[in-house]
Design a protein around this ligand. Structure first.
Ligand SMILES: *Cc1c(COP(=O)(O)O)cnc(C)c1O
Length: 463
């Protein structure tokens, strides 16, 4: 066996050993960052090191600092665990070392993105005519969607923002729910619109935008370039905005409706939850993650736009050339990257592995497991504070200090991992169920561990 083959096999073996260890591995126990840094530190060697030795050194240095986010009892931050076929396809993407810039640098990468993009639109109920840019995350997808929005609302006002920039441009108002994801704010900063452009709109009891408040805000603002950021999947509660009503309001005011659906857009993939995102097809742009609920490898997300020409006008530096040559915008035309990783292989493989029914089952199973979590924890005497409509559960364990102590205890215990959050002025434990390998037994085991740790902590439980 030649050396390269041996090296790649060893890397694959390490990856497989790690994945197989996940169900039994302590989840996210704290490590001493200084010790880990030390394991990687030291002077850059003058002389070359044989690849096999480099790999062995890397594994030894990294192993103690790996977090089992891909495992079945990691419930922090809405993360999935990359599925077997998608992970293997991603290994091939590295091995093939393709540049998904365009069809010249990699026809295969563009074909995979095109096919997977079509499947994604079908699963999500996004119009088939929309463009699909394969980006690095919800952050990048929001930036691409809002760049398209910025282009169009200023074009409608007679301003070519790509050529003239924002200096002297008509002011753009950006309406967004008070409980928007913080990446929206960063996208606005990156796009030069600035966070002062934001007009926060009050949210209802579960954190979805209040449509009456949105209607009033739009009416009061009067005419002018208008972008509205809607949300499918509040990071705390899982609540989704009333997209049909909100998009209708936005369009009646001549605005652009962008939907941040990093994880919540996947509600569309199951008949059981589809109603939560009813009307999503009437929006103008959508951001959705692949590496969260769809269980694809990092970093994978999608920026969809109802108008591919607008999407390309905002993002491409070769749109005119491509339009001239008759090619549909693809690859780097739809993203902020130029030379790009070929993410389409893993997306194509992951979708094929699950199939339409598998994606629906994944969504339904995670929602059912979130309800099981909520039932288990309320039966154990703790307070579930949100309506568990999707895969998010918010739990209080008494006052803020006590809840924080329970969250800290869970994070050091290693049975499972859940984060803390502040919602409506209150400290809470936030549980997200979005891993395809999580079972009822994993939830029951986690509920038991949380209850054991919470009951072991002094102080009063408040219901
Ligand atoms: C996670 C998330 C984001 C950011 O996505 P990344 O993939 O981390 O860049 C944006 N919006 C919402 C609603 C999210 O849940």
């Amino acid at each position: 066996m030649d050396e390269l083959r041996h090296l790649f096999r060893r890397a694959a073996d390490h990856a497989a050993d790690y994945r197989l260890s996940l169900p039994d591995r302590p989840v996210g126990v704290p490590v001493d960052q200084a010790v880990l840094n030390e394991a990687f530190a030291g002077p850059l060697p003058d002389a070359p090191t044989p690849p096999e030795r480099v790999l062995a050194e890397l594994v030894a240095a990294a192993e103690p600092g790996l977090v089992a986010t891909a495992g079945p009892r990691y419930f922090g931050f809405v993360v999935g665990g990359a599925s077997p076929a998608a992970t293997a396809a991603d290994m091939l993407a590295a091995g093939w070392d393709q540049i998904a810039f365009n069809a010249v640098t990699s026809p295969a990468a563009v074909a995979a993105e095109t096919a997977a993009g079509t499947w994604l639109k079908e699963l999500l109920g996004i119009p088939a005519t929309a463009s699909a840019g394969f980006v690095t995350g919800g952050q990048a997808a929001n930036t691409a969607g809002l760049a398209a929005a910025r282009h169009q609302v200023l074009a409608d006002a007679g301003w070519d923002v790509e050529r003239r920039g924002l200096t002297g441009a008509p002011a753009v108002r950006v309406f967004a729910g008070a409980e928007r994801h913080a990446t929206i704010d960063r996208s606005l900063r990156l796009l030069g619109l600035g966070t002062d452009a934001l007009r926060p709109v009050p949210t209802g009891p579960q954190g979805a935008i209040d449509p009456d408040a949105l209607a009033a805000a739009l009416r009061d603002a009067g005419p002018g370039p208008t972008i509205v950021c809607l949300q499918a999947g509040n990071v705390n509660t899982g609540a989704c905005d009333d997209l049909r009503r909100a998009c209708d309001l936005v369009h009646r005011h001549g605005g652009w409706a962008h939907v941040d659906g990093a994880f919540g857009l996947w509600a569309a993939a199951s008949p059981a939850t589809r109603h939560l995102v009813d009307g999503l097809e009437t929006a103008d742009s959508w951001a959705c993650d692949g590496h969260k609920w769809l269980n694809l490898p990092y970093d994978t997300a999608f920026a969809f736009c109802a108008r591919p020409d607008v999407h390309a006008a905002a993002m491409s530096y070769a749109a005119a050339y491509l339009v001239g040559s008759g090619g549909a915008p693809a690859g780097a035309d739809l993203t902020a990257e130029s030379s790009r990783r070929a993410r389409g292989f893993a997306v194509w493989a992951g979708l094929r592995e699950l199939g339409r029914d598998g994606v629906a089952a994944l969504v339904e199973r995670c929602c059912a497991l979130a309800r099981r979590f909520a039932d288990g924890l309320s039966t154990a005497g703790f307070e579930v504070v949100n309506d568990v409509v999707l895969n998010q559960v918010l739990v209080g364990f008494g006052d803020d200090a006590r809840t924080d102590r329970v969250v800290a205890a869970v994070q050091t215990d290693g049975t499972c991992w859940a984060g803390g959050t502040t919602w409506r002025g209150r400290r809470l434990m936030r549980i997200s169920v979005s891993n395809a390998t999580t079972t009822e037994a994993d939830v029951d085991r986690s509920v038991a561990a949380i209850a054991r740790l919470a009951h072991g902590i002094g102080g009063e439980l408040v219901h």
